[in-house]
Design a protein. Structure first.
Length: 461
């Protein structure tokens, strides 16, 4: 309890995200959200509230831990909420819908009820921890109804929301049976942030078509480019990168890094790589592709199918093109330590980032940050990543549905002279230093803080 201390001038910050990391010293916090918030959190009192990641059938009050001015409050979910709210509605329905994959949606009314119930439960558990002048920032598609649930419980503080994933055009969003109630849930927030201008336009248009008054604005998320660059330089001399260098010989490394998710276009990328080996024979035995794809949401059916597809494609490519002393492709479906990944990014001559749809895609920005500016590698980037808005000038842009386009971009990247590589990289490096994680967090909060809480649109909805 900080009641005996002097209140800081800035209002307390309350972050709500589906997953809250186990409490650690702040300087050890990793991951996109944590990095983005670190700057905003620094020097101000913060409460970080959300799911512990655990299931238990007799759910108790939140577990609260305070480290300096950061308090973690974590609640468990019931097993049935993990199935219905998390695996079902959030990841089996909203995730594909928001990524324009209506055909992959699995809709069940029971999941919808579980989604509402989990958000009500979060609101009930958070309510007693709140103070009237808090600045509340809710994150991502799991928690869209939380703002309305807090309003219904009388919360009048400013509440902002950030959607980390895309928002589809109305004609697709309307496929969701609950589309009206979700749009009204968005309207309970004082400010809704999305990644790109296109997402803002889509959400805005959906709200207007359905009579929900929203205040939507694009806040593109970034990384800590200097921090990641330093990690990459440190890793260069480390054991993992040295082993990789030894195994490559003088072959060029082509790198992919993604959670194993169907939005990331991993099979499409492998078909593009296969086409490179087929059409551009001069690269055979001169390149090696590493795809890091840690299994994610492994309990959800669509993700199990994707894993089988990856294994099959990788086996097919290696079987078709391997030589006695060379395999063209390595895949790793475990998580790799962050420093090692940074080192691999620095080593890779080409990064292949080919999502079919992605809110931003931080890997693209991390790859740029990790390069040696004297002799940088080339980013091959899908036009359907949010990051394309900022990186199109320097990256080789592709439509991931066209394997020949990926193969041609790879060939161009592998042959690209150093001068062109440097020019392209400089444009991208400037972009990732403009829209950083810190800039994202501070500008969202500054805009939220400026708003008059009384204005909030549909407070009693
Ligand atoms: C969502 C949106 C948006 C990956 N494999 C390993 C590993 N990673 C790290 C990457 C990167 C992060 O995970 C992934 O971030 P992305 O942005 O690429 O993608 P999502 O996870 O889908 O994130 C996305 C983001 O939210 C932020 O708003 O950009 O569009 O979908 O940092 O490096 N890290 C470690 N081992 C791995 O094997 N340590």
């Amino acid at each position: 309890g900080g009641s005996s201390r002097v209140m800081p001038a800035a209002p307390r910050l309350v972050i709500v995200s589906n997953r809250v990391p186990a409490p650690k010293e702040r300087q050890q916090l990793a991951g996109g959200l944590a990095v983005g918030l670190a700057e905003a959190i620094a020097g101000r009192e913060t409460l970080w509230f959300g799911w512990s990641g655990d299931a238990s059938d007799n759910v108790a009050a939140p577990q609260i831990t305070t480290i300096e001015n950061l308090t973690f409050a974590r609640v468990d979910l019931t097993r049935s909420q993990v199935k219905g709210f998390y695996e079902g509605y959030s990841n089996g329905l909203l995730w594909p819908l928001m990524h324009y994959r209506v055909g992959l949606m699995e809709y069940r009314r029971a999941d919808r009820e579980s989604y509402e119930e989990a958000n009500e439960r979060f609101a009930d558990a958070l309510l007693p921890l709140l103070r009237p002048d808090d600045l509340i920032w809710v994150h991502d598609y799991h928690l869209i109804p939380l703002g309305a649930a807090l309003r219904a419980r009388g919360v009048r503080a400013r509440i902002g929301f950030f959607l980390h994933i895309p928002f589809p055009p109305l004609a697709l969003f309307e496929a969701l049976p609950d589309c009206d109630s979700l749009l009204h849930d968005f309207a309970a927030y004082d400010l809704v942030g999305v990644q790109t201008r296109q997402d803002a336009d889509h959400l805005d248009a959906a709200g207007r078509a359905r009579g929900a008054r929203l205040r939507v604005q694009a806040f593109p998320i970034g990384i800590d480019p200097d921090g990641f660059a330093a990690q990459a330089r440190r890793a260069e001399a480390g054991r993992d990168v040295r082993r990789m260098v030894d195994s490559l010989g003088d072959r060029a490394l082509i790198l992919g890094i993604d959670r194993l998710d169907y939005s990331k276009g991993i099979p499409e990328r492998l078909r593009g790589y296969e086409r490179l080996l087929q059409r551009f024979e001069q690269h055979r035995n001169k390149v090696m592709m590493l795809q890091v794809a840690p299994v994610s949401r492994g309990e959800v059916a669509q993700y199990k199918a994707l894993r089988r597809q990856l294994d099959e494609l990788a086996g097919h490519i290696n079987g078709s093109y391997a030589e006695f002393d060379w395999s063209p492709l390595r895949t790793i479906t475990r998580s790799v330590p962050r420093g090692t990944l940074a080192g691999f990014c620095r080593l890779a001559r080409v990064a292949l980032v080919t999502p079919l749809r992605d809110g931003m895609n931080l890997v693209a920005k991390e790859y740029v940050a990790a390069q040696n500016g004297e002799d940088p590698g080339v980013l091959v980037l899908s036009r359907f990543a949010g990051a394309a808005d900022e990186l199109a000038e320097g990256a080789l842009m592709v439509n991931p549905h066209d394997p020949d386009a990926i193969a041609e971009a790879l060939d161009q990247a592998l042959r690209m002279p150093r001068g062109e590589r440097r020019r392209r990289w400089q444009a991208m490096d400037a972009a990732i230093h403009t829209a950083t994680a810190a800039q994202w967090g501070t500008s969202f909060l500054a805009d939220l803080e400026r708003l008059d809480p009384q204005e909030n649109a549909e407070a009693d909805h």
